[in-house]
Design a protein around this ligand. Sequence first.
Ligand code: ADP
Length: 164
Amino acid sequence: MRIALYPGSFDPVTFGHLDIIERSAKIFDRLFVGVLVNSVKTPLFSMEERVRMISVLIKGLKNVEVRSFSGLTVDYARSLGATVIVRGLRAVTDFEYELQLSQTNKVMAADIDTVFLTTNLKYSYLSSSTVKEIASYGGDIRPFVPENVIREIHRKLGTDFIAE
Ligand code: ADP
């Protein structure tokens, strides 16, 4: 059984993340989406909120579970029995950071490999921070995040939800 861990901040989850989740779920027998608690970035959403938003969206994916974690990703992967860490690659700007991260993880845990999925072209420009910035200026974020996430963002920012 191939178990994979897709770790990240998911602050909040976007269509780009969801695309990686759906594609990974087809490749691996079991996929854990790991929401990182001790990120250096100060998140907009609490760990519980980030987990809840993802859990609504993965309901139809029977082999996918969302959990939160803190500490080293490789330690958490081991505790789940995962031998693969999944990461998404958008542009070259992601590459240097992701390469360094995966090589560092490989030194710490030789039994775990990082697998990169290149982003769906539709979402190659998309990041959680862009979505938050657009929402804060009252922009329409429907092309970027699902409806449950739109509602949560507007609730958090105290801005209006743009309905159809
Ligand atoms: P982190 O803070 O760990 O980078 P993120 O939540 O920003 O966490 O991203 C988690 C993973 O998803 C990273 O591998 C990132 O490159 C990837 N990712 C983020 N946005 C997209 C996207 N639009 N398309 C594909 N992968 C993405």
